[in-house]
Design a protein around this ligand. Structure first.
Ligand SMILES: Nc1ncnc2c1ncn2[C@@H]1O[C@H](COP(=O)(O)OP(=O)(O)OP(=O)(O)O)[C@@H](O)[C@H]1O
Length: 257
């Protein structure tokens, strides 16, 4: 059921008929998705659905075999610098340098983005927002897993992106930290008008999304609000709707720790 993207007016992301193969395996098959500014879109798919492949294309690590990707109106292939400047990413694997201080980890990113004088203030602001201003001089190693994730998120926001990509960001976090992270990112959508694409295989994390894209074996098999997906499947639970659509057993938070 993948087809033309329902591109909203103020698109943070437009993916149009993108395909990517590894040899004879089609990891993504003419995939079209869109994320508007201020919208939280969950990309829900079981292991192997193609989420990581999509994120590799969205971050410019690889180019699609076919199709087109735009971030905030900038073509990833022809205007990759402008597109990447509008993109914030939190990767699944931890990426902080644990021996550096929290602030130094963020400074590195501001230099990468050529932020100059604005950098110091932006770092202070972002750390204050996540309640870690007091710990800016401490080594990142001293922080809990949840706080390290928050620092990675703060770092992704320093250059004020239009689109935030979260790649299975709660892996390895305790339930409390997971809730806080989801809450904070919803707040970012509301307050800063950022588009968010949140990839997960955990149905719970998609419950409050504005829209859910269900990805299965490289294809978009559904895109709708959680309520509409439940209604379509004739069930009260998004997990049951996911199972009806994919034939896969949905995973809940507790099952992954
Ligand atoms: N470098 C690669 N070479 C060959 N096949 C690959 C490669 N990377 C991914 N694949 C295959 O492509 C398909 C999509 O994988 P991908 O990692 O994108 O899925 P995913 O939804 O992110 O799953 P996971 O959560 O397990 O990472 C899978 O069948 C996977 O085995």
């Amino acid at each position: 059921m993948s087809g033309a993207a329902d591109t909203p007016d103020r698109a943070a992301l437009a993916v149009e008929e993108v395909s990517k193969s590894y040899g004879s395996l089609k990891a993504l098959d003419t995939l079209s998705i869109a994320v508007a500014r201020g919208e939280f879109v969950a990309l829900l798919g079981p292991n192997g659905a193609g989420k990581s492949t999509l994120f590799q294309l969205l971050t410019g690590l690889f180019v699609p075999d076919e199709g087109r990707i735009e971030v905030a109106g900038h073509d990833m292939r022809h205007e990759s610098r402008a597109a990447l400047a509008k993109l914030g990413v939190v990767f699944q694997q931890p990426t902080l340098d644990l021996d550096l201080s929290v602030a130094a980890n963020l400074r590195f990113h501001t230099r990468l983005h050529g932020m100059g004088r604005a950098a110091k203030r932006r770092i202070e602001d972002e750390l204050a927002r996540i309640g870690l201003a007091e710990r800016s001089r401490e080594a990142a190693r001293n922080l809990s897993g949840g706080n390290r994730r928050k620092v990675e998120l703060a770092r992704a926001l320093l250059h004020d992106p239009a689109l935030l990509l979260m790649d299975e960001p709660t892996v390895g976090l305790d339930p409390g930290s997971r809730e806080l992270l989801v809450d904070y990112v919803h707040q970012l959508c509301r307050d800063r008008g950022m588009g968010v694409l949140w990839a997960t295989h955990l149905v719970d994390e998609a419950e409050r999304a504005h829209r859910v894209i269900v990805l299965h074996q490289g294809q978009r098999i559904a895109v709708d609000t959680p309520a509409a997906l439940r209604e379509r499947a004739g069930t009260n639970s998004l997990g049951a709707a996911f199972m009806a659509l994919t034939g896969e057993t949905p995973q809940k938070k507790e099952e992954t720790v």
